[in-house]
Ligand binder design. Sequence first.
Ligand SMILES: [Zn+2]
Length: 489
Amino acid sequence: MTRPFTGDTLEAELITPRVDSRRAKLAGRAAEQIVNDVVERGWPVGAVLASEADLLKRYGVSRAILREAIRLIEHQHVARMRRGTGGGLVICEPDVDAVIGPAVIYLLRVGATLDEIFDTRILLEELVAELASQRVTESDITTIRSTVERESEGTLSNFRLLHTQLAALSNNPVLELIVETFSRVSSFHFDDGARVPAGFDREVREAHRGIAEAVMANEPGVARERMRRYLRSEADFIRSQSATVQHLDPDVALGTLGDKRGEALARQIFAELINTGAVQGTFVGSEAALMTKYRASRAVVREAIRILEYHRIALTRRGPGGGLFVTEPDISGVVDTIAIYLRRHRVQAQHIAELRTGLELAVVTRAAETLKSGGSDAAAIEAALHAESQQGPTPAFGQGEEFHSILGRLTGNRALHLVHSVTLRLWWRFLSQVAADDPCAAGARPQRQSLPVIRAHQSIADALLAGDSEQAVTRMRAHMTATAPLRAH
Ligand SMILES: [Zn+2]
């Protein structure tokens, strides 16, 4: 039996976080309406969307709920409230900073190491090198030549410039954003100022020249290889520095939470949870108890709670014995901020599909390695296939038991798992949107039937379990091609 992919099911099961709080839902919905209005207005950065009075009328919520929604929107860098005459909600540019916070907090909570972050960054930039080689234009060549030229003259201070330019050349805004995020996240682990000594400087210039030449010569394989070799030596160099740490200092992660009163309180509560080693399910407090404990107003406590919920640090449970509880680390905060960025930059299905293909190939390669070394659990793959054949891939995905999700986890790399899960979630979210916007757009809904998908998963799994990683990668590539969106729009 085939199972149709309906947008409604996806909305309910895969996207909406399970927040058991009416306030959180109302504030979240109002925040979403604000984003929709900003998109509808064409995202005019610097313009005033509306005054607080207008917003109250438009969204039909209480002033308290609206302020919680606005705090969320400010936290996501969508808009900020300007007081006084000519004030109102001013539209902002959501940039990489909005994504870094939730990403860093997630990585801190799951205990990801610098090695895992480097490994992920390398495979992302390998993908950049490959795509840039295929897409380089005449004017790009002028830009790259000038950068390499300035580096060899020693007049360029930003030694990451070439990487940033190549990421832009990939013509894929999602990949560009994630590469920048990981570059910045990795820099939280070491002293950024002392990273390039004189001796290493020449090596960097030569490596950059080599990568640039391969890109300009349209040689994706060579560009990939040179990028990987260069980033590995950069990683080795950074690891050898005394200020470099494998595990992130919690204070650094806390710094990303912001300085507004609600944000500062969220930071204080999070710091205490870290210091006391609070685990999932730990009771943080009721609203009233938190007001007393932190001598904060109800409004500030509520803003702090919305931010802790946004980062899935804690969630509110209703009813007797309810209140704020520590939750397990969850990627929703990262997904939400990236989704906002994608709406700002009008990202299309093929951008997400392209990133996904690159990641799935890397994931299957790494999963094969850990399986071979006995470092991961073959039974988990069997369980995923079983769950899919019983329930269909959609509900299995909702429970994190679907084939691709399991492979991502089997890599054993928590940073890679983050990027992979985020991309998967964005992909499913995109599918649900297509289904909701246009029920006839069957061509853009690749997985119309679950049977061919389950069969493809089974064949990849067979190769993996037989220890044949080449066959597994080839089958994964074929599976990605078969499920790719049409390039029509
Ligand atoms: Zn699949």
